[in-house]
Design a protein around this ligand. Sequence first.
Ligand SMILES: Nc1ncnc2c1ncn2[C@@H]1O[C@H](COP(=O)(O)OP(=O)(O)O)[C@@H](O)[C@H]1O
Ligand SMILES: [Mg+2]
Length: 475
Amino acid sequence: MLSDDDRDLMRAVSDYLRRVNELTAQDARPSRTPLGDLLSEHLATDAAQVSVVQELIADHRLVDADIALEALAADGDGRLIGVTGGDQRHHQGLAEFVTNSHVRYAPGPVDYAERATGPSSSKRVVSLGIRLLQFDGSPIALAQRAAAPQFGRQTAMVEVMGTDPDAVTRFLEALRRTMVERSVLRGQVLSFQPTEYGRDAGATFVARPSVAADDIVLPDGVLDEIVQHVITIGTHRAALQRAEQHLKRGVLLYGPPGTGKTLTVRHLLSATPDATAVVLTGSSIRFVSAAAEIARTFQPAIVVLEDIDLVAMERHASPQPLLFEVLDALDGLDGDADVAFIMTTNRVEVLERALAERPGRVDLAVEVPLPALPERRRLFRRYAHNLPYSDDALDAAAQRSEGTTGSFAKELIRRSVLRAAKAERTPGDDDLTAELTRLMDSREQLTRTMLGSGTEARAHTPPDGHVAGFGWSAG
Ligand SMILES: Nc1ncnc2c1ncn2[C@@H]1O[C@H](COP(=O)(O)OP(=O)(O)O)[C@@H](O)[C@H]1O
Ligand SMILES: [Mg+2]
């Protein structure tokens, strides 16, 4: 039972709480911030009454946005200011910078971040700032910000305020156009890496490889056929377009591991210095639609999907296997897009049925076979070109190494040089012969398999694509 005293006390507490609620509600009434005053002055109207238009931007395109906004600001008498207000400013949008019940946002220092503009260059870009400028004779205020996954913001973003809605629309069109015209992605070789928060991926720059046609040993005509299809179609773009022939092409390179598929792709990229290229290996193939979007935007372009068999049947964003997402991405591109899709695989049988069921996506499939005797001769000569081995010894090695690959030839020569180095003498035919005997020994079966020789190799294909994609970092 409650006593009268208890009741009085409870009534008093309850009155007190109601009063607290009333007072805090009054305090929390949103009011215009000093930053809001500045924006109001620029827009020549109460900024609290102006709506905000949001443009989401993939974070790897923040540099493009920064360059484009700098250009538009330079043309439009622009001013750049930062925002005070602690970490809170990463959670709140432009409208909350203008009117706020808790934080008195005010002009402050601009936040910057260093972003790559190429494989070995970077630029300081605005990661949180406000730009005030004129566009088409009309005042525009905008907030520019980088993605901040630690604050739950997955993409970069531009938020635009303007008193004339048409001017805002035209401004956003100009922004998108300038971002494409002046993009740092154009003409670069890119790969896609998942961000540390996993969900999205960003394009990162890769140095363009340098591999000459002479560096590749393939049966006569094979390299030529691939080059013709990938490069020559682009060279004759105008003639093909006039005759209403499609430019888009899909190429499949298949054959045992270690036979030179990656090397061939690297040659194609070095022979197309102006093309934008996106290289996806193994699990990063799940970003194929983002890659296709970049290719479409920055034509002429090449999309490389390396070792696609490793992930072809995996499911990621959609219920259908990744291979079908790849085929859809290919399908989604206009026929007159100057884009080449190049896929490589060690196990064509994994893909064959799916490709047969949806014909027309791949218009050239080329086998990159195990080297036959004449190719092995050339391979040994090529990798031993600066070593004092006799023609006879090299020929004998080629004879004895049936079923091995280009990467085997390279490794054999390396081992023969190492053998001589250990004995502190210049390499000779004996070193070559001895190492060949060792490598061809049955105990070295697994090594040979790892170098991609013979049918056994298929069972040992690395599961995650990283080892298979090794050729990219090896330079
Ligand atoms: N046909 C070839 N001509 C010259 N070198 C080759 C050839 N095949 C393989 N190699 C050597 O072996 C390395 C690995 O070959 P790679 O192209 O990665 O094989 P794949 O992609 O077919 O598995 C190459 O970087 C190159 O040094
Ligand atoms: Mg490869």
